[in-house]
Design a protein around this ligand. Sequence first.
Ligand SMILES: O=c1ccn([C@@H]2O[C@H](COP(=O)(O)OP(=O)(O)O[C@H]3O[C@H](CO)[C@H](O)[C@H](O)[C@H]3O)[C@@H](O)[C@H]2O)c(=O)[nH]1
Length: 379
Amino acid sequence: MDLLVVGSGFFGLTIAERAASAGKKVVVIDRRSHIGGNAYSEAEPETGIEVHRYGAHLFHTSNETVWEYVNRFTSFTNYQHKVYSNYRGEVYPLPINLGTINQFFRAAYGPDEARALIAEQAEEFDAKQAQNLEEKGISLIGRPLYEAFIRDYTAKQWQTPTTELPAEVISRLPVRYTYDNHYFNDTHEGLPTEGYTAWLENMADHPNIEVRLDTDFFDTTQPLNKDAVVGTVPVVYTGPVDRYFDYAEGELGWRTLDFEQEVLPTGDFQGTSVMNYAGSDVPYTRIHEFRHFHPERDYPKDRTVIMREFSRFANRDDEPYYPVNTPEDRERLLAYRQLTENESGVLFGGRLGTYQYLDMHMAIGSALTMWNNKLSETL
Ligand SMILES: O=c1ccn([C@@H]2O[C@H](COP(=O)(O)OP(=O)(O)O[C@H]3O[C@H](CO)[C@H](O)[C@H](O)[C@H]3O)[C@@H](O)[C@H]2O)c(=O)[nH]1
């Protein structure tokens, strides 16, 4: 073995695939019983509808290198993501756009009028100086829209004061003074034609790659455990960085998600793939209806699969999904970064390994960079 990759999500598989193609023997271990990390999907047995077990994953990128790379393993449908939000029993288009603004204010503003109105309502904070999610949110869309669509949803999603959340969490979402309600601004967007798992399996399908599932890096009874391997074989670790160091610098805050999945006796439950629930009166953040991700597929016409998504703080035993990133977390992260730099023979990557809110294309892009800059010559 020339390289051990811990974790078979997009980051780990990209590293494994690059190394394998360069002639290196790679072993990928994952403590779960399937590959793909949180991008894994499977057919719901009763309906055959592809369900993203760990929440909806929508692929999008403007990075041409990443786009060229991912197309080696799958083609993409022309799916374009749109999201709606249920606020006080009324449905509005997201991200905030002219349609949302006019519906909310019961008006027919043109772009300039809407811009002027929002500028006035956003006056209390300057977008460039905004220090946290609340200031940034208000500076972008004004207080009334912020309080309707962002404040309570964010409280459910993060359970952290909005003044302690980083501004970048909200800058992910565009604000548009047109009726364009595409969720993403990227050049390329789509869903893997044969599904996520087929894509992930294609990445791992190389004679130089061996995948071992149900294999925990921290389980000292299995041979490829941390104590036995580090220092003897190069390692790329994509699990939680605090876990790797046995929480020596304290625990980093993560959000985890709980899902309630249901098969319903109707061909269409909500008419769209993702409906957010803005208010604190509804305990879940959103409902996914998976059939709408693949309108081109021949799914049953009389049944549908929905999934309600709930968010809460992650304990050590929970699956970490989102780094919370409070100022305290960022301080701990700096301490962990110091530790990772001194950990010779191990590179840390991916959402969990770097404690960063990475989308799939970013995880793949940063894995390609790690391969090119740090691994390809030394391995
Ligand atoms: O109705 C909303 C939507 C978002 N937000 C705030 O904006 C932040 C970012 O929103 P995203 O939709 O980008 O958050 P997610 O990471 O949960 O989104 C995930 O689910 C989306 C599904 O619609 C997309 O797939 C997206 O790429 C994927 O990261 C949220 O945390 C929240 O603080 C709101 O307040 N209200």
